[in-house]
Write a protein that binds this ligand. Structure first.
Ligand code: FE2
Length: 333
């Protein structure tokens, strides 16, 4: 009895939270999995019980799609995922590019969620960077996949903190390519800069992402994520000083919007008004506005462009025009 009692009370120490969708790559777990309901851990999956798509669907639809698994299963899940990514990465050029890109983005999103949990894990960061680069190569070579891939990523059901940077980076890459003004290398670098720009979100407690209204303190934590992303990445990934500066300032158009709403003059901080910075920030806003959040519906592309016009067209009128043209095709039938 005593042993059971101890086991039971030690259990929370060995449990780690994951999003239930992360279980989609394994058939079962070595230990039970739990949901945290009304202050207690409730077993939702027994050890070695088969994981079905229905089980995942059921929990993914819940208010909090988080479940808790044993630390040994957590390690197994990590290892299994990185093996799968390496394997897929090696065969990306073989077969249907859209299918490959869809599978690749799904695995990448699962690994991004792990990286948000453990941002100082070098092995994880390197693996994510490598895989992101491989994805950008695939995308650059297969323009025809972008539109369909955007839709499939939106439906993959990953948490929006993971989906948002991927969708905005895909849109950025597709737009840069459509202009014909950027080299492949520049396009790839901007894709990677955009994809890693939100990694500083890892310092924000998870429950904050589900809130419709934030306290002043919460707003401060959110506003620090860009700076934190830059600090997390600095010296650990092959992104240069310019790219890190873009990451640090990737919300500058949001601040411009805020200043406009408050009838204040926007005061830029540092040298941030290059066209790359504007596009990266603009597409991030567009994807955020048009995507659903747990606390609100997504807006239309038209409505988002109306807002963007006020902060982008003044400094970059030509790019804004091209962007409108591009998005009409991208989101059109
Ligand atoms: Fe951000």
């Amino acid at each position: 009895m005593r042993e059971n009692y101890l086991e039971r009370h030690r259990l929370p120490l060995k449990l780690k939270p994951i999003f239930v969708g992360q279980l989609s790559i394994v058939d079962g777990l070595g230990h039970s999995a739990y949901a945290f309901k009304d202050g207690v851990f409730e077993e939702v999956l027994k050890a070695h019980e088969g994981i079905t798509p229905d089980f995942i669907k059921q929990y993914a639809g819940e208010e909090s799609s988080e479940i808790y698994i044993h630390e040994e299963d957590y390690k197994y899940l990590h290892g299994n995922l990185s093996q799968k990514l390496v394997k897929l990465t090696r065969s990306l050029s073989i077969g249907d590019p859209l299918k490959n890109a869809t599978r690749h983005t799904h695995l990448l999103s699962l690994q991004m969620a792990n990286l948000y949990e453990d941002p100082f894990n070098d092995e994880l960061l390197n693996s994510q960077f490598q895989s992101g680069q491989n994805l950008s190569n695939l995308l650059i070579k297969n323009k025809h996949t972008h539109k369909h891939l955007y839709r499939s990523i939106s439906k993959q059901g990953h948490h929006y903190t993971v989906t948002q940077p991927l969708l905005s980076s895909l849109l950025l890459l597709s737009f840069l390519q459509s202009t014909g003004l950027f080299s492949e290398k520049e396009t790839q670098t901007l894709f990677m800069t955009s994809y890693f720009k939100d990694i500083g979100m890892s310092f924000i407690p998870r429950e904050k992402f589900e809130l419709a209204h934030l306290s002043d303190f919460d707003k401060k934590i959110f506003s620090e994520h860009a700076d934190n992303s830059m600090k997390i990445l600095n010296g650990r990934v092959p992104l240069g000083a310019n790219q890190l500066e873009l990451i640090k300032n990737h919300h500058y158009l949001n601040y411009k919007i805020q200043a406009l709403a408050n009838n204040e003059k926007y005061q830029p901080q540092g040298l941030i008004t290059g066209v790359e910075s504007a596009l990266l920030s603009a597409l991030d806003i567009l994807v955020a506005m048009t995507s659903e959040r747990p606390y609100r519906e997504g807006a239309s592309v038209f409505k988002s462009l109306e807002l963007l016009k006020r902060v982008l067209a003044d400094e970059h009128p030509q790019e804004f025009k091209s962007l409108v043209h591009f998005l009409k095709h991208f989101f059109g039938k």
